[in-house]
Design a protein around this ligand. Structure first.
Ligand code: ATP
Ligand code: MG
Length: 358
């Protein structure tokens, strides 16, 4: 199989962890007889420094001409004083919009090797396997108007929450399709007791559900969902929700299974193309120190192979290698206080497991 992958290293630890992901993808290509052609693009602070904008057109074109993208992270204190349209994070929002990446997937799985690392009790965490499907290109993040204005003679502010029905439906279809090949249960999260958008969301979920008779649908209010995720996370299979709720719930869920340094994500449009990145940020405090945990990025490459290339065996191989290195006790600094290994050492350990497995 010949595929083109654009890497977007970005800022902070981004270049180090993307290097790890690339190395793993290269090993998979060599071992399974695929050809992955890599090209690189600028995004975030690195792009601002080089071109003056957080997402140059050239980066968008490179992504559009490739089969998948692997992104590191963007942002850092260096660019915090920039005006809003020139912040690194704007690059991320812009690329999601430009590539119409409306479905954000965040799997949260309890790895046996890290059960003790969780903030929750082992019996609550063990066996957790949730797929959070978050709407990514609509909602209050993008609605207009959004402005400061005078309201009843005093200073005020307006943000607007907008969804088209088609935007809600296409996301719900993706969620039900994932549920069909997983645990056959969808929890649709909203605030239908308060928001009109949530009432439409609920209607759409009920309608879409009729197309997937093998999947059960449950509605849950977002405040309750926040509580249930901590109380009994095993009740969830696919959790689907709108942009802002999904942002908050997925950060919360990330703590169920231990470290931020472990969690991958995918952002998909209606095609096979996807943008894959770790859930964590650019970790400027440890940038360039060869200390970052590369496993979230490596796990993101497994999602890339699975969802964009359909290489299920290769994806499983990477995930099993991650599990193995953790079972063997390898830990980067974010996961241990003693005997931490470096980014490069962790990457080599994963590659060694992949080679042993094949
Ligand atoms: P963002 O706003 O981009 O989400 P953030 O401010 O939430 O970023 P991160 O950059 O994710 O934060 O970092 C939060 C903390 O977690 C930092 O102390 C950072 O060093 C640590 N951290 C994040 N990712 C990793 C990683 N891959 N390996 C080790 N530590 C990490
Ligand atoms: Mg954050």
């Amino acid at each position: 199989m010949i595929k083109k992958i654009t890497t977007l290293p970005g800022d902070g630890i981004g270049p180090e962890i993307v290097e790890s992901g690339k190395a793993v993808l290269q090993v998979i290509a060599d071992l399974y007889g695929h050809q992955f052609e890599f090209q690189e693009g600028l995004i975030g602070g690195a792009a601002i420094d080089a071109t003056g904008v957080p997402l140059p057109d050239e980066t968008i074109e490179r992504c559009q001409s490739s089969d998948a993208c692997l992104l590191g992270a963007v942002g850092g204190p260096k660019w915090d004083q920039q005006p809003p349209h020139l912040r690194p994070e704007k690059g991320l929002l812009a690329i999601r919009q430009a590539l119409n990446l409306y479905a954000n997937l965040r799997p949260v799985q309890a790895l046996d090797a890290l059960i003790e690392e969780s903030t929750l009790k082992p019996e609550v965490v063990s066996g957790v396997d949730v797929l959070i499907v978050r709407e990514l290109t609509g909602g209050i993040y993008f609605g207009e108007p959004r402005e400061r204005r005078t309201i009843d003679g005093e200073e005020g502010v307006v943000d607007t929450l907008v969804y088209k029905k088609s935007e809600i439906e296409r996301l719900l279809h993706r969620a039900f399709q994932f549920a069909e090949i997983r645990g056959k249960h969808v929890t649709s999260v909203d605030k239908a007791n308060v928001l009109e958008s949530s009432r439409m969301w609920r209607e759409c979920a009920n309608e879409v559900a009729t197309h997937y008779p093998s999947v059960t649908l449950e509605h849950m209010l977002v405040d309750n969902a926040a509580m249930q995720l901590i109380r009994q996370p095993k009740q969830f299979d696919v959790l689907v929700t709108e942009n802002l709720f999904g942002d908050i719930l997925s950060d919360e869920a990330s703590m169920i299974t231990g470290s931020l340094g472990m969690l991958p994500s995918a952002s998909l449009n209606g095609t096979a193309f996807g943008l894959y990145e770790p859930v964590h940020g650019s970790a400027p405090d440890i940038a360039g120190l060869n200390q970052a945990n590369p496993l979230a990025t490596i796990a993101s490459t497994a999602m890339l192979l699975r969802y964009s290339f359909g290489l299920l065996e290769e994806a499983d191989c990477i995930e099993q290698a991650i599990n193995q290195v953790l079972l063997k006790g390898y830990r980067t600094a974010d996961l241990t206080n003693a005997n931490a290994i470096s980014t490069e050492e962790m990457t080599k350990a994963v590659i060694k497991e992949i080679k042993v497995a094949i």
